[in-house]
Design a protein around this ligand. Structure first.
Ligand SMILES: *[C@@H]1O[C@H](CO)[C@@H](O)[C@H](O)[C@H]1NC(C)=O
Ligand SMILES: *[C@@H]1O[C@H](CO)[C@@H](O)[C@H](O)[C@H]1NC(C)=O
Ligand SMILES: *[C@@H]1O[C@H](CO)[C@@H](O)[C@H](O)[C@H]1NC(C)=O
Ligand SMILES: *[C@@H]1O[C@H](CO)[C@@H](O)[C@H](O)[C@H]1NC(C)=O
Length: 672
């Protein structure tokens, strides 16, 4: 045997001790990850990955430490710990109560022999919260991405909703064949079953949209590309090596039945270096001993960790990565990471491309060619900073100069970003409000450790603090520097640490926790812009519309909340199930933090973090701050009455493939 590092030694010791108590433990396969390593990232088969994962011996010590870390994070810091116990949410939300601490305890009592099963159970326990900010994703078992060549959607044709092929990446021409069965069972039921597991949203119809294909604007690709959806894209090892589809193709006259069984196209998420199971465990699974991220400096870090804790206060959902991998591949193929084929939608000729007026990093401006009074702002992400603010004002002026009178804001693929962007973005359309109108109330969980930290980091600005959109850098005291929050009692920012010392204890769903009093992010007011007064849409919600599929997440949710709930911009919801309501947005929470960011804040305060990072390197995050709509005692994340879109639209074979068609339909419904 080759020499062991200390960590792998501990690992083999724990396997040995396990063998003493459980004869069921199977000896790890000798060649486990070697075949996978030999593939060098191309032509990977399901068996290669399955065999590698199965060869990783159950690491009991790591399992114990994982549960300890997560229990601390979720029990003491997760602001939704107790609201998640709510027995009944108002539609369109519909989610079972989840006691995440009890679920982790139950996992702790279960005797595992498979390391993958243990980590998968933890992943799925956290996923069952249906809170995209709550994540446990160990690199060890999300190192490969699995993509089906067939992506699906659920258009409504002649009043009937059916599951159909959206795109067939193998070029067999199955587009718009009906998917009758998947793996021998009703196709739609299989997709809904998959959707029921997804972390995304407490609204089952938003999860359905997430499971199915859609198009999203990707700056790197310079246009709309296909996101195959989470039925077709998996982070975890799928249950089976293939998916079997029973299709019905052709029109009603001559229906042809076709059965296809497709393998997963498998791609590494990162150019990990390993040669066998031992080095896989060392380089992919285990966190490096010095605490540094092993992936740091690797050229495609973004693919796995789509947001860096230095720059952003919130994490993107894990699933967005699948998409980024594809979009990045479309724009610039990487020599080390092969990516699944990118389906480029065939644009129906009936809809000429809308005219692209301006392209920013977070917003893209269009004008409808055949209805030039209508402009469209595609909202890509909520990472709006000074550059984007100037860009957005300029682009609004351009729309006005070109004769635009009405604007559709398209958030169908809107991503998260800075938690406080909502009120910033609203000011482009609803200026001249007092700063307090722009605040949404929020609070944070508090513990004695946070109180100690907050005393040390008060007013510890980090340089980015004063920047609009970047006030919540985790540098400095991050969330726990009270000088960054608004003091409603004194009508100014906190001038002392009383946000964290003068706390309230609340009992929610029978459980007690300590919180701050209601506070808010630092109010920002854009510099006055004299042009705004002349725009027909300024302060006029009747000339604005939002189109959403409910997946607009996190800070994007905050943007839509402001525009729709505060300023009454009408919303159109597309997709989901015909005849059922659909949410405007998902996970509308005030602030999330990853474990590294959390540890960093305590390190800044020269304190030992109460949270020990997980022994496996992983994306681990929780929400620490929650928003409340005015007058509501229910956190916005759980406040179902604030979710449903005003109007519903269905996907059809044309609008699902052409944004111009979708925008034209919104325009027709809104302004005739
Ligand atoms: C991958 O498979 C394709 C098709 O079977 C083959 O042409 C190609 O040479 C293989 N690539 C490698 C690196 O094995
Ligand atoms: C987009 O980002 C780049 C790099 O950060 C920046 O230089 C540029 O000004 C930004 N463009 C706009 C329109 O904001
Ligand atoms: C915070 O620090 C700045 C200097 O960095 C100082 O001007 C300001 O008065 C301080 N604010 C409070 C509330 O202590
Ligand atoms: C942490 O310790 C360093 C070195 O002693 C000191 O310079 C710094 O001010 C301390 N930071 C805080 C927030 O107390």
């Amino acid at each position: 045997m080759v020499s062991y590092s200390i960590k792998t030694l501990i690992l083999s010791l724990s396997v040995a001790s396990l063998a003493n108590v459980s004869l069921a433990a199977t000896p790890p396969s000798v060649n486990g990850c070697s075949a996978l390593a030999a593939k060098q990232g191309t032509n990977i088969t399901y068996a290669d990955v399955a065999q590698c994962y199965a060869s990783i011996p159950f690491n009991m010590e790591a399992a114990r430490a994982t549960l300890e870390s997560l229990t601390t994070f979720f029990d003491d810091y997760y602001v939704s710990r107790d609201p998640a116990l709510s027995p009944r949410l108002t539609k369109p939300l519909q989610s079972d109560p989840v006691d995440i601490v009890a679920k982790l305890k139950k996992i702790g009592r279960t005797r595992y022999t498979s390391d993958r099963e243990f980590h998968t159970d933890v992943y799925e326990a956290v996923e069952s919260l249906h809170d995209g900010h709550a994540v446990y994703a160990p690199y060890c078992y999300v190192a490969y991405i699995f993509v089906q060549p067939i992506s699906m959607y659920a258009p409504v044709i002649n009043g009937k909703q059916e599951l159909k092929v959206y795109k067939d990446n193998k070029g067999r021409g199955y587009e718009d064949c009906t998917v009758v069965k998947i793996d021998g069972k009703n196709g739609m039921a299989q997709v809904k079953k998959r959707a029921s597991f997804l972390m995304n949203s407490k609204d089952p119809n938003v999860r359905l949209n997430e499971a199915l294909a859609s198009m999203a604007y990707k700056p790197k690709a310079g246009g709309f590309v296909v996101y195959p959806g989470q039925f077709a894209v998996r982070n975890l090892l799928p249950e089976r090596a293939t998916v079997r589809y029973e299709l019905q193709c052709g029109g009603s006259k001559k229906v042809k039945k076709i059965v296809v069984e497709d393998e997963w196209v498998i791609n590494p998420q990162m150019p990990w270096q390993f040669t066998d199971t031992e080095s896989y465990i060392k380089n992919v699974c285990l966190a490096p001993a010095d605490g540094a991220d092993a992936s740091a400096g690797s050229l495609r870090k973004r693919d796995l960790v789509s947001i860096s804790s230095e720059r952003h206060d919130e994490v993107y959902a894990l699933n967005k990565r699948a998409f980024d991998v594809q979009a990045a591949a479309a724009a610039a193929p990487s020599p080390t990471v092969t990516s699944p084929l990118v389906a480029s939608p065939t644009l129906p000729s009936a809809y000429p491309e809308a005219i692209k007026i301006a392209t920013g990093n977070n917003t893209v401006f269009y004008q409808l060619k055949d209805r030039p009074t209508i402009g469209v702002i595609v909202f890509i992400a909520a990472l709006i900073d000074f550059n984007d603010i100037d860009f957005t004002y300029q682009s609004l002026e351009t729309l006005y100069q070109k004769g635009v009178t009405d604007i559709i804001i398209d958030v169908v693929s809107g991503d998260g970003g800075y938690a406080n962007v909502g009120p910033d973005f609203a000011q482009f359309f609803f200026p001249n409000k007092g700063p307090l109108d722009k605040l949404i109330k929020m609070n944070l969980r508090v513990t004695p450790a946070i109180q100690q930290l907050s005393a040390k980091v008060f007013n510890s600005t980090d340089g980015g603090y004063s920047k609009m959109g970047n006030m919540f850098s985790l540098k400095g005291g991050g969330f726990y520097d009270s000088s960054r929050f608004f003091d409603f009692a004194n009508n100014r920012l906190y001038t002392d640490n009383s946000l964290y010392t003068d706390t309230v204890t609340e009992t929610r769903n029978g459980r007690k926790a300590m919180y701050t009093k209601m506070t808010a992010y630092k109010p920002t007011t854009h510099p006055a812009n004299a042009n705004l007064a002349k725009y027909p849409w300024t302060n006029n919600p009747s000339r604005l519309r939002i189109i959403t599929d409910g997946r607009c997440l996190s800070a994007c949710a905050n943007v839509v909340y402001y525009l729709a709930n505060q300023y009454k911009v009408p919303t159109y919801g597309i997709g989901g199930t015909k005849g059922q309501p659909l949410s405007k947005y998902q996970y509308a929470a005030a602030g999330a933090v990853r474990q590294e960011g959390f540890v960093e804040m305590f390190a800044f305060g020269n304190m030992t973090s109460p949270l020990k990072p997980t022994p496996y390197q992983a994306i681990v995050s929780v929400v620490v701050a929650e928003f409340f709509a005015p007058g509501s005692k229910v956190p916005l994340e759980f406040d179902g009455v604030r979710y449903a879109t005003d109007y519903r639209m269905d996907y059809d074979p044309v609008n699902a493939r052409s944004r111009e068609a979708m925008w034209t339909q919104v325009a027709k419904a809104a302004w005739k």
